[in-house]
Write a protein that binds this ligand. Structure first.
Ligand SMILES: Nc1ncnc2c1ncn2[C@@H]1O[C@H](COP(=O)(O)OP(=O)(O)OP(=O)(O)O)[C@@H](O)[C@H]1O
Ligand SMILES: [Mg+2]
Length: 452
């Protein structure tokens, strides 16, 4: 963590030294000045992450300093120290653009918390601005956005997979981008000039799925009035993407295995074999190994499909990628929707960062689309987010929820956090366990102890 530089403006030297000492322990470096004139000179010559100022100063008023900082250095938050109980001054300070006010005598814990929050907001604002310029340089690979460590590893794996012609299995929760991975592999592979053909194994009943995949010849069955080319053949020279492979009926699994082993197949009703020449990429959100154990998925086919496995991390494990993706979707969708929104405000960004995204990137994309439709300004704000997201709180604010200084035990914090996640996810325990990163059984035990 970088240390933050604070400009402290107060003519009470003893107080300044004491505050600076305590802030130092909290990871802040402090520069002390006693007049507004000196404060302005310091601001012009150095960078600060925040300003903390007293109200009555020898050469003027701290509230005026707050409004001057707001116009000249709009990114630097100002905290105003006001006499205890003097609400008029506090309100005047906030009106002048102060980020917060702190009552005197100064409660150091509160000052540190408030400064931490103000500095975090400033960083977030800077980050959001730099995201905008990053996007305009089009940093995504085929519109596939990600800058977090697990996504960079995945991009490397995609490139290595694309360089081979082996079958690949893509795993990941729903909405994590499995189909995008399949397309990226195809577009980077030597088969890129060939077709990319996708089929969702969940969507069709067994007989239809079979005739879709293998095709049929005229007269193969009552409705077969003409030859029908199957997807196995349409994918010739390209890539065949089998989505939700876990839902393929057992009978068809055997037939698919045969295609993979012999590199030929026979359309329904045909007498001759046809050559199969496509790379198969399959995807599943289910645990295929478990399905193999339960005899719902053929083990031999599993090993055939799973030569290379690419697993997509859930969005909640991708850190700041949430903001990168959100900005990407704003820039992608706003022009199409004909709205003049170009950014995400820091208050909304904070919520996006703490919400656990059970529906992953797809949920984020829908959320941004909805926000763009509702947004009345040129930035998306918290008011444009759905309630479940706007009402998410960081762990820090869960701690602060009732009393600013209330500190709870880890046990209590855990209980509150579990309750929070459970509420956000509408009481879905399986999802809650996933978001919390624990086994379902262990969630049940914890809930039982909480009397749920
Ligand atoms: N990293 C990303 N960058 C940009 N867009 C993404 C990214 N990941 C996913 N998307 C977008 O999010 C949506 C969902 O992605 P996709 O359909 O690939 O997910 P999936 O894992 O196949 O989901 P499901 O399991 O529901 O089928 C798509 O609109 C896709 O374009
Ligand atoms: Mg999909």
């Amino acid at each position: 963590m970088m240390t933050s530089r604070i400009l402290l403006v107060d003519d009470d030297e003893a107080l300044c030294i004491s505050i600076a000492g305590q802030l130092h322990a909290g990871g802040f470096e402090t520069v002390i000045v006693s007049r507004i004139g000196e404060a302005v000179i310091s601001l012009k010559s150095h960078t600060f992450d925040a300003v903390v100022t007293d109200v009555n100063l020898p050469d003027g008023n701290g509230i005026e300093l707050a409004s001057q900082v707001r116009t000249q250095w709009p990114d630097i938050p100002v905290l105003v120290m006001t006499a205890y109980g003097n609400m008029d001054t506090a309100v005047a300070a906030l009106r002048a653009g102060a980020a917060d006010f702190i009552s005197k005598p100064v409660d150091m814990e509160l000052l540190t918390l408030s400064l931490g929050r103000a500095v975090e907001t400033r960083r977030l604002k800077q980050e959001l601005r730099s995201l905008k310029s990053m996007m305009s340089q089009d940093m995504s690979v085929f519109g596939f956005v990600g800058d977090s460590a697990p996504m960079k590893r995945l991009f490397g794996l995609i490139a290595r997979t694309a360089a081979t012609d082996v079958t690949a299995l893509i795993t990941g929760e729903s909405g994590t981008g499995k189909e995008m991975v399949a397309q990226s592999i195809h577009h980077q592979s030597s088969r890129r000039a060939g077709p990319f053909v996708a089929i969702n194994c969940t969507a069709l009943p067994e007989t239809l799925l079979e005739s879709e995949l293998f095709g049929y010849i005229k007269g193969a069955f009552t409705d077969a009035r003409a030859d029908h080319q199957g997807l196995l053949q349409r994918a010739h020279g390209g890539t065949l993407f089998l989505d939700e492979i876990g839902d393929m009926p057992l009978g068809l699994q055997g037939k698919l295995l045969r295609v993979l082993e012999q590199r030929t197949f026979r359309p329904v009703g045909a007498t001759r074999e046809v050559a199969f020449d496509a790379r198969i990429i399959s995807a599943t959100h289910a645990d295929l190994a478990a399905a193999v154990n339960d005899k719902k998925f053929r083990e031999d086919l599993y090993y055939r499909l799973n030569v290379l496995q690419l697993s997509l991390p859930p969005l909640r494990e991708r850190g700041r990628d949430v903001l990168l993706l959100a900005q990407f979707f704003v820039e992608q969708m706003a022009p199409r929707m004909g709205v003049a929104v170009s950014a995400i405000r820091h208050d909304a960004a904070k919520k996006l960062l703490v919400y656990p995204w059970p529906g992953n990137v797809r949920e984020l994309k829908n959320c941004i689309e909805r926000a763009l439709a509702l947004c009345e300004a040129d930035e998306i704000t918290v008011a444009d987010l759905p309630d479940r997201i706007a009402e998410t709180h960081s762990i820090q604010s869960i701690v602060r929820e009732n009393q600013p200084t209330e500190l709870v035990t880890l046990d209590e914090l855990e209980k509150r956090y579990i309750q929070k996640v459970l509420t956000i996810l509408g009481g879905n325990k399986a999802q809650t366990a996933r978001v919390l990163g624990i086994e379902r059984k262990s969630l049940y035990r914890k809930l039982e102890r909480m009397g749920k």
